[in-house]
Design a protein around this ligand. Structure first.
Ligand code: ARG
Length: 461
């Protein structure tokens, strides 16, 4: 194909260099937008008929032709030509082949600049809905686990040192909170995705009396973009999505890190289902937590894509520049990676089995009830700083004699403070300790069950 028979070939006297043709083409990757491109074109044609630019027959030919092409693409028997550069020109050329002159009228009052921006928004809006549904699936698994394990005691850590006893259910709900914020952020991002560039044409708007409100309505957009220059050049919405996706991946990566630690022989807090692990080709005893490791690893590429998109935009003058063609691959890979990771997690979490006895044993190491002893002393009227000091001494005895606080004798404890009575042992147990954290947002099993019910409720919002 020479430049002369491309849709923009009129002005050219020389054929495009063959390598340049390959280099500038995007059809290899933007063909994934085809269904959205066709949806946008059908809406545009319908609007053109309404304002009298197309007659009824032309519009029908376009809509039928595009619908056939859509089916052909879905069946996989559409030939994508790199000479036709991108998805838009491939579809339009095929339409004109099929229906003749009416096909050539479709592009009236439109440019690929507003067309591509519309396609990407339609694509991303649909994917955000899929991703939100996957988030809900994962949240449901976490809330189920939280309910089931509301009173399963485990050590809570700060600095990865045993800090205070908590429950496994409480820990699952902490993860759920992160995902709840992620879903909220996505819903907010969706509002800015859901505006329509069509009608901005190349950059300045168009001299045809387009009914942009009508087209927006047909495509389910909240409204048309307000400024034509901004409409064709804005990719904030993709960057914002990249930031939302990065936060989700950062959260999944943190969850992964904990799952990996917890499955190690040194922790042994949980069992991961065999179906989500793999073995080693040399060490027969191994069962590796591949899924969380991969998810942790994949977070890097999503963060990278966010930076690719930011960098792509930072030097661009208004309005459209070909640079923008580079928005697609990072965006598509962000969507694919995120969906894959969420799916793996949502499938895996319902099969995670906490080992209650191991977690309980671990919570007994590391003087996890030291704060409870201090709180007990405060309730007896000892100022908190003095109580802190007294408990510190008790811990030292425990360290030196390799005993937990609950194993110190009453005489030993009373030698440190006369405010200690024999009722002290009830606060030194792990069950007593978690039950005492009976504050809104606390780890008491009763509070965890309440919080789980509330979290389940908010999945409906
Ligand atoms: N393939 C192009 C892109 O992805 C479509 C828009 C091209 N517009 C243009 N004036 N060259 O951005």
């Amino acid at each position: 194909m020479t430049s002369a028979n491309k849709s923009w070939g009129g002005r050219f006297s020389e054929a495009t260099d063959e390598f340049v043709q390959q280099f500038t083409a995007s059809v290899d990757f933007d063909q994934r937008l085809a269904a959205f491109d066709i949806e946008g074109s059908i809406a545009h044609a319908t609007m053109l008929e309404r304002i009298g630019v197309l007659n009824e027959k032309e519009c029908k030919a376009i809509v039928d032709g595009l619908s056939d092409i859509r089916e052909q693409i879905a069946r996989g028997d559409f030939h994508w030509a790199v000479q036709l550069e991108d998805v838009h020109m491939n579809v339009e050329a095929r339409l004109t082949d099929r229906i003749g002159d009416a096909g050539k009228k479709l592009h009236t009052g439109r440019s690929r600049n507003d067309q591509v921006a519309t396609d990407v928004r339609l694509y991303l809006r649909a994917e955000i809905d899929v991703i939100s549904a996957e988030l809900i699936r994962l949240q449901t698994a976490l809330i189920d686990l939280a309910e089931r394990e509301a009173d399963a005691i485990m050590p809570g850590f700060t600095h990865l040192q045993v800090a205070q006893p908590i429950t496994f259910g409480h820990h699952m709900l902490a993860w759920n909170e992160m995902l709840a914020r992620d879903r909220e952020r996505l819903a907010d991002c969706r509002k800015r995705v859901n505006v329509m560039p069509l009608g901005a044409a190349a950059l300045a708007g168009t001299s045809y009396p387009l009914d942009r409100e009508f087209t927006a309505q047909l495509l389910g957009f909240a409204r048309p973009c307000a400024n034509s220059l901004d409409a064709v050049s804005d990719r904030d919405f993709a960057i914002e999505f990249g930031a939302c996706a990065s936060l989700i991946m950062m959260h999944l990566s943190r969850f992964s890190e904990e799952l990996i630690l917890w499955t190690s022989a040194q922790f042994g807090f949980i069992d991961l289902p065999d179906a989500f692990c793999t073995g080693s080709s040399i060490m027969p005893q191994k069962k590796n937590p591949d899924v969380p490791e991969l998810v942790r690893g994949k977070s890097g590429r999503v963060f990278g894509h966010l930076f690719a998109l930011l960098t792509l935009m930072k030097g661009q003058p208004l309005a459209y520049n070909k640079d923008n063609q580079e928005d697609k691959e990072p965006l598509f890979d962000t969507v694919d990676t995120l969906k894959g990771c969420l799916r793996a997690f949502a499938d895996m979490m319902p099969h995670v089995k906490p080992r209650r006895s191991v977690m309980l044993e671990a919570a007994k190491q590391g003087f996890a009830t030291a704060t409870d002893l201090a709180d007990y002393l405060v309730r007896q009227g000892v100022p908190f700083r003095d109580a802190h000091e007294i408990v510190g001494k008790a811990v030292r005895i425990g360290v030196e004699t390799r005993r937990d606080l609950a194993e110190l004798t009453l005489e030993e404890l009373q030698a440190l403070s006369s405010s200690i009575g024999d009722d002290v042992y009830s606060v030194l147990t792990l069950e007593g300790s978690v039950a005492a954290r009976d504050v809104l947002g606390g780890t008491a099993p009763k509070r965890v069950r309440e919080a789980a019910a509330k979290a389940r409720q908010s999945l409906q919002d």
